[in-house]
Design a protein around this ligand. Structure first.
Ligand code: J2J
Length: 545
């Protein structure tokens, strides 16, 4: 193989090991150790179903046997597209037990995203629900398989629920209840090494096709543990997973993994409504949860109704997009919780406000790095560091920030500095305390309430419309989402309307959250002095809200 995965140097790796950040333990082994140490404690709750650590560990064995029986083994990539349900966690640890690599997809992804993920990861299997949110995922998988053709990597579709009768589609339930082929304890992790890639996350994307982010056992468990330490997690922690489980925030910041590594309990919320969440808070004694900013006003309204007992809830994290300062200020008193702002990225670096930070820092900053070995530079357009307080692009490297996207050598040449810093594309100001304030972005991405949309990806799809000659997708301020997307299109005749465009993009298999909120016809696209589309000028043409 000609590709080389960019990774940390030997010297850096030795440093991270010596510091105790990298502990040389795989996730498969960690689960086994958790079961041995505190097997009787409750690890996972989904509705009426609950698993102790010992049961979760035994379940991982069963899932591993079933998946292993399909021929899935160490290093194999498997796309996991499940809504918030316990099976996400069971499948994840089942794959870890085989040394196989889950690829986190979002529930809203469609043919285009899943097809791309399968190809880019070379995935041998996908795990999907039968139906979710009035959408048939088996139909989606049929289309993906048809597109791949007989030579594609995808061999198996594992369905949680009713698998149907397609060849190659198997029921998750049937897999996990298969009798064991061999008895006795197998390896905990399929023989994986802690330096191996443990999972692949999807980048928010700035290019036509989203990139895959390799995370190793060593780096990702440090990510979860470092966040868990800042959040003071312990055996009494009850974490409520409200946002999609596949989201890095929910899964490891500290989320599911941080909680499980601390011996706490993970409760899965099937939807992010405050009614669902508050009922679970009351019933399960939830202590910690995480939200994106658009949920915050709904949660505050429901809490203010006074009909819920939220006494157990002690910390609410908010991240993924900029939290308006007024919401940050009101959230704590309204829910009776400590608020924590989270500025993170699937690529690595996580910033958290500390639980004992003064209020002005909690309300007006997005936190500071969780690791003492996170290296952060704030630089001007020429790559020169700017003084504290001045705005510049955030560059970062450290013990859990990637050194290169998966199989993306060309992109990697520009996405990183020669000395290995990841160019985040975020514009921040750093305060003398080390806290960062996110003030903008130089990457061509729209952040719609935490969901990331690469403008180029949508523009390419818009250009496939016969009536559209040129297109630019622009993020504009929005009360509800923080930002919404507007497609400026150039057409010879009448432009297609917003709904027609939505239908067109859906037909092309694009995830719904990427559809433009609005389509605006313009006679031409204005250009900047260097000949790029002037998106600021386009945004300025819209009436001010
Ligand atoms: C402004 N922008 C933010 C914030 C992320 C925890 C939390 C979030 C993510 C995430 C994550 C922001 N204010 N508080 O993975 O573990 C924008 C930045 C950043 C990009 C990363 C986690 N928090 N952002 O959002 O990979 O632009 O991760 O670079 O989806 O979201 O997006 P993503």
């Amino acid at each position: 193989m000609t590709e080389t995965q960019r990774t940390w140097s030997e010297a850096e790796s030795a440093r991270y090991r010596a510091a105790g950040h990298w502990q040389g333990t795989t996730f498969g082994t960690r689960l086994r150790e958790g079961a041995a140490g505190h097997g009787g404690r409750v690890a996972l709750v989904d509705g009426e179903r609950r698993w102790t650590y010992a049961e979760l560990d035994a379940e991982a064995d069963r899932v591993a046997r079933g998946l292993g029986g399909l021929g899935i083994g160490r290093g194999d990539r498997v796309v996991v597209q499940l809504p918030n349900c316990a099976e996400f966690v069971l499948v994840w640890f089942g794959l870890q037990r085989l040394g196989a690599v889950p690829v986190h997809a979002m529930p809203g992804h469609r043919r285009r995203e899943i097809g791309h993920l399968v190809r880019a990861a070379g995935a041998v299997a996908c795990v999907v629900p039968d139906r979710h949110a009035r959408f048939d995922h088996r139909e989606l998988m049929r289309e993906v398989r048809a597109e791949q053709g007989p030579d594609g990597p995808l061999r198996h579709v594992v369905v949680v629920g009713e698998p149907g009768s397609d060849e190659g589609f198997v029921s998750f339930e049937a897999l996990r209840t298969k009798p064991p082929l061999v008895s006795g304890p197998g390896p905990h992790d399929g023989g994986a090494d802690a330096a191996d890639v443990a999972l692949l996350l999807l980048s928010g994307g700035t290019t036509g096709l989203p990139k895959l982010i390799p995370r190793t056992h060593d780096d990702y468990s440090y990510n979860a543990r470092a966040c868990a330490e800042v959040c003071a997690l312990g055996t009494r922690t009850v974490y409520l997973a409200v946002l999609p489980l596949g989201f890095n925030f929910t899964f490891a910041c500290p989320g599911v993994l941080g909680t499980l590594m601390a011996g706490g309990t993970v409760v899965v919320a099937p939807d992010p409504s405050p009614q669902t969440a508050f009922a679970l808070v009351e019933r399960e004694g939830v202590t910690l949860t995480s939200l994106t900013p658009p949920l915050v006003p709904h949660w505050m309204d429901e809490a203010a109704s006074g009909s819920w007992d939220l006494a157990s809830l002690s910390v609410v994290q908010v991240g993924g997009a900029r939290l308006p300062e007024d919401h940050a200020r009101r959230l704590g008193p309204t829910l009776g919780v400590t608020v924590q702002q989270v500025f993170g990225m699937a690529e690595g670096l996580i910033n958290l406000t500390r639980l004992d930070d003064p209020e002005d820092l909690v309300h007006a900053t997005q936190g500071r790095p969780v690791s003492p070995d996170d290296e952060v530079l704030v630089v001007d357009a020429d790559g020169r560091p700017v003084p504290d307080g001045a705005a510049g692009e955030l560059l970062t490297r450290g013990p859990y920030t990637l050194r290169g996207y998966y199989r993306a050598e060309e992109h990697n040449r520009t996405a990183f500095t020669p000395d290995g810093y990841y160019r985040s594309g975020d514009v921040v100001r750093r305060l003398p305390s080390g806290h960062l304030v996110v003030v903008g972005r130089i990457k061509d991405q729209i952040n719609r309430g935490g969901e990331k949309v690469a403008a180029v990806e949508v523009e390419e799809q818009l250009l496939a419309h016969p009536a559209i000659a040129a297109a630019a997708l622009v993020g504009v301020p929005d009360e509800r989402w923080g930002e919404r997307s507007v497609a400026f299109v150039v057409c010879a005749g009448a432009a297609p309307g917003t709904r027609e465009v939505a239908a067109f993009l859906k037909e092309r298999g694009l995830a719904g959250y990427k559809t433009p909120d609005e389509v605006v016809q313009v006679p031409g696209l204005p250009l900047t002095a260097v000949g790029k589309v002037d998106k600021a000028a386009l945004a300025g043409r819209l009436p001010r809200p």
